[in-house]
Design a protein around this ligand. Structure first.
Ligand SMILES: Nc1nc2c(c(=O)[nH]1)N[C@H]1C(S)=C(S)[C@@H](COP(=O)(O)O)O[C@H]1N2
Ligand SMILES: [Mo]
Length: 421
């Protein structure tokens, strides 16, 4: 390990791609993460990181302004005002790991990487990155990725896990191939029910027998528009923490379905039961329950489509603005169903609403920009609330919806403070 570490020393390597290089060479992320969280970054114990004398904050270097939730595994969310871009840049894209970042990703080493497609297929495939790039049509899609637990911090009683507030979401341009093209090349049998995704990120225990996470999607969703296998994020190789060299993306579903560091897709004849598919992980009660209910495990069902949501990304909460003058309030709206019908804003705690201007999505499952001019009538404290409605007429609720044991799917209306002077 010592040999390997020196081989890949940050100062000697010249093979890593641009985002990887920046991640290794800049120190802005390091200070920004620490400063924002108001604490020093504890030394993490990712094996490779230790071997290279890298702390978790080194792995996160290049990230700017993220709030650290946990350093083992590494999880960080983005403040709303840093998500204002149409396309979330690497610097501001949240990070959610269940295990450790694998050595292959830290090294940006894709040598000999293969993706296996097997199970309920006519012809199992073993595809190199070159095969993927040559044999299938290459597409770029702008897709939202949101953690199923985004908004968990607002549930009462609280739920264990990362206390995500609003920032476990991002929308990037992903380049790769349609998942359907790859699965159809293998030939999907009638017995196919579910995909099962595998990767090489080590379990936190270091036990090679254990998976950090292995989730999947119903076969219909895997074959549907949007679902893809990507190797580029925003025009560059997928950076280490986001799944180098390959990840699946199941847009509109909890982010956990979008396996990073992808090595295998096993087509199953039943719902997948891999790590974090069972028990209470990424599952909701099959019926509405009172807050704090102990729901029997057998009554928990896999979370699928994410609910309709919006986020105010400008101005930053707490901003001062002159009374009587219009200020542009803007943000993004998205839904697991893929289409937003309207966004409305309120400056009177939801008593009255005004329609915002809504831009079309670049493609299905991209978030949509909304803008509204807001005039605060007199000096004082205001809140601006945003409410998105999807094409099915379903709108965001004003309060935390559907309590569930692990705090998933909170799509309550986002609100910011604005001070009129
Ligand atoms: N291999 C692997 N894939 C994974 C995870 C992981 O821990 N390991 N975390 C999942 C979860 S829970 C989420 S929300 C997204 C986060 O993606 P990001 O870190 O690129 O933002 O990746 C998903 N894919
Ligand atoms: Mo997640």
């Amino acid at each position: 390990m010592a040999d390997k570490a020196s081989e890949n020393d940050v100062n000697t390597t010249d093979t890593i791609s641009e985002p990887g290089r920046r991640a290794f060479l800049t120190t802005t992320g390091l200070t920004a993460v620490g400063a924002y969280a108001g604490m020093s970054i504890p030394f993490g114990d990712n094996l490779k990181a230790l071997a290279q004398g890298m702390s978790e904050s080194d792995i996160m270097a290049g990230k700017e302004g993220l709030i650290l939730m946990n350093d083992r595994p590494l999880n960080a969310e983005t403040p709303a005002h840093l998500l204002d871009d149409d396309v979330t840049p690497y610097e501001h894209f949240f990070v959610r790991n269940n295990g450790m970042v694998p050595d292959t990703a830290l090294d940006m080493d894709a040598e000999g990487w293969t993706l296996t497609i097997d199970g309920e297929v006519d012809t199992p495939l073993e595809l190199s990155l070159a095969d993927l790039k040559e044999k299938f049509e290459v597409i770029t899609q702008r897709l939202v990725l949101e953690c199923g637990g985004n908004g968990r911090a607002f549930f009462t009683p609280g739920a264990s896990g990362n206390q995500w507030t609003t920032g476990a979401v991002g929308c990037a341009d992903w380049t790769g191939v349609r998942l359907s093209d790859v699965l159809n090349a293998a030939g999907i049998k009638d017995s196919a029910v579910y995909t099962a995704h595998y990767s090489n990120d080590p379990h936190l225990s270091g036990d090679p027998e254990k998976e950090a996470i292995s989730r999947g999607a119903p076969i219909e969703k895997a074959l549907a528009e949007g679902s893809m296998i990507a190797w580029e994020m925003n025009g560059a190789p997928i950076p280490a923490v986001h799944g180098f060299p390959l990840r699946v993306i199941i847009p509109g579903y909890p982010g956990s379905a979008s396996q990073k560091f992808l090595t295998r897709i096993w087509i199953r004849d039943q719902e997948h039961d891999g790590a974090k598919m069972t028990g209470y992980s990424y599952r909701l009660p099959a019926y509405p329950v009172a807050p704090g209910t102990e729901v029997p495990e057998e009554d928990m069902v896999v979370m699928t489509e994410m609910p309709v949501k919006s986020l105010i990304t400008h101005p930053q909460s707490g901003t001062q603005t002159p009374s009587g003058e219009a200020t542009e309030v803007r943000g993004h709206a998205w839904a697991g169903s893929g289409d937003i019908d309207a966004v409305d804003v309120s400056i009177d705690f939801g008593a009255t609403w005004t329609p915002a201007k809504l831009e079309p999505a670049k493609n299905k499952f991209a978030w949509q920009r909304f803008r509204a001019d807001v005039t605060l009538p007199e000096a004082g404290y205001y809140e601006v609330w945003a409410r998105a409605t999807d094409k099915n007429g379903v709108a965001q609720p004003p309060v935390v919806p559907g309590w569930n044991p692990r705090g998933y799917g909170n799509n309550m209306q986002h609100r910011i403070a604005m001070i009129a002077t």
